[in-house]
Design a protein around this ligand. Structure first.
Ligand SMILES: Nc1ncnc2c1ncn2[C@@H]1O[C@H](COP(=O)(O)OP(=O)(O)OP(=O)(O)O)[C@@H](O)[C@H]1O
Length: 468
């Protein structure tokens, strides 16, 4: 192609370039206009971050000076004057979401994770963020998460879809302080405790789990709610259709239910090899005939509280409470492999509310706001004293309704999570749609093995049969 020809097509190339830029600009404007107010602020913030980066990086010592001239620069240097050293700035790619920006920066020699982490408070100031976290997900790159607004302080809502969850036993909890989604895997987990002052979101948290899992026929729910006398009252009134059993605050009825569940556990132990071909349900996963049984014990202190007094009525209540504790301990300590998950919720999680021998075998603890340091320790363990930022005594402000602090035995430290609100109307709709999936796991087991004697202990099960 001759020079004249090149000049001939130049206007066309320029026009094409301008057209591409115009389309790009239109796409951006449309995206900007269609975004909500929070996202628009983040878009503007991301633009500022990109534009200011080349100036900011050297000021925060996030650049390096390369004194060695490149081969090209050496060749081009026709004078004898030394080639100017180059200042290298980490390449930065910036995305946005409603809460702020997510930037990916390349590392340079002597500018790596540690240097970015050190600079994080200054990045927060320069970018107008409440907090900035730097992590590394692959070699040579860091991820800088900056949140303009505190995600813990922004209430969110969850509208259950009514679809069967993709993953079995994954509990989506909400977002952490950097607006990253948090979920916990409840496979192989025998128990979870949920504590917190009244009105801070315990029930909403459990509602979400029920609503998200209810569309799956491989999960069955049972509930004891110590706050009400009948299923028609209280927080679970609309969800009761998706539960194969429900009891209120009557200790005797609760005792009968816990006994029934322990019998189910024992029967499952003895039937596991024959029905599943393995000893632990988790080796094959739950199914419609051998579902995961989620036992919810809300206001758990009602069932375990020590009753003091020598009159026959009080003595009877004390005996029932002690028996309840023994039965629930059995479920938590031995229920995991047979597919029983117990969730205990209470306003206070001190030893008299959930006996320590039960609480200590629950690997996951969640706590909404707490009034005292002792209550926080009771809910989340001694370690919480070392993590003042995550301590639930700092969550007493009403803006933290729905914010929970979580410990997980498999990870160090605590995570603060903004859990979403699930409305009664949504949970009622889900319960209505999925009510036909409700089945008693004991009946399902009996249907698998018609001749099975459910009272006989299984191999390795040394628990004496429950007294009638
Ligand atoms: N995640 C949330 N986000 C925003 N608001 C919430 C959230 N969860 C609950 N709320 C608000 O707090 C109120 C009480 O919630 P919830 O019944 O779940 O509390 P609770 O801790 O179970 O109380 P209690 O111990 O008395 O049963 C709800 O009616 C709702 O207005």
């Amino acid at each position: 192609m001759s020079v004249q020809e090149v000049f001939g097509i130049a206007p066309l190339v320029v026009q094409l370039g301008l057209a591409v830029m115009a389309v790009w600009a239109v796409v951006w404007v449309v995206r900007y206009v269609r975004a909500d107010a929070m996202t628009r602020q983040s878009i503007r913030q991301a633009v500022r971050v990109r534009w200011g980066w080349r100036r900011l990086a050297p000021m925060l010592k996030l650049s390096v000076t390369d004194k060695t001239p490149t081969a090209l620069a050496s060749m081009a240097n026709t004078t004898n004057r030394p080639v100017k050293p180059r200042v290298l700035i980490p390449a930065l790619k910036v995305r946005h979401d409603a809460y702020g920006v997510i930037a990916r920066a390349t590392c340079l020699p002597r500018v790596g994770l540690e240097q970015f982490q050190k600079a994080a408070p200054h990045l927060a100031d320069a970018w107008g963020c409440t907090r900035v976290a730097v992590t590394q997900d692959k070699p040579g790159q860091v991820v800088i998460r900056g949140v303009r607004l505190d995600p813990l302080k922004i209430p969110t809502e969850h509208h259950p879809t009514g679809e069967v969850p993709d993953e079995i036993a994954r509990w989506d909890l909400g977002v952490d302080e950097y607006a990253q989604p948090v979920s916990v895997d409840l496979t192989q987990v025998p128990g979870v405790t949920v504590a917190g002052l009244p009105g801070f979101g315990k029930t909403s948290l459990i509602n979400r789990l029920i609503c998200d899992w209810a569309p799956s026929p491989t999960v069955q729910f049972v509930c004891a709610d110590g706050k009400v006398s009948t299923a028609r009252e209280g927080d679970y009134a609309h969800l009761v259709k998706r539960m194969f059993a429900f009891v209120g605050d009557d200790l005797e009825e609760a005792n009968a239910l816990f006994r029934r569940l322990v019998d189910l556990r024992r029967a499952r132990v003895s039937a596991a090899e024959r029905v599943l071909g393995v000893q632990s349900m988790w080796e094959v996963g739950p199914s419609a005939t051998w579902p995961l049984v989620v036992v919810i014990i809300d206001e758990a202190h009602t069932y375990f509280r020590d009753h003091k007094g020598s009159d026959p009525k009080t003595k009877k209540l004390a005996a029932l409470a002690a028996e309840n504790a023994r039965l629930v301990e059995d479920l938590v300590k031995k229920g995991r492999s047979t597919g029983i998950l117990t969730i205990l919720a209470t306003q206070k999680s001190t030893g008299d509310a959930i006996p320590t021998f039960i609480r200590d075998v629950c690997p996951i603890g969640l706590s909404f706001a707490q009034k005292t340091a002792e209550a926080a320790v009771a809910a989340l363990g001694e370690d919480i004293r070392e993590w003042p930022d995550a301590n639930p005594i700092n969550l007493q402000d009403r803006s933290y309704v729905g914010v929970v602090s979580m410990n997980h035995q498999s990870q160090p430290g605590f995570t603060r999570i903004r859990t979403p609100y699930v409305s009664g109307r949504d949970s009622a709709a889900i319960a209505e749609q999925t009510a036909h999936l409700t089945a008693d796991p004991a009946d399902l087991l009996a249907a698998c093995l018609p001749g099975l004697d459910l009272t006989k202990p299984g191999p390795g099960d040394t628990t004496p049969p429950m007294a009638a």
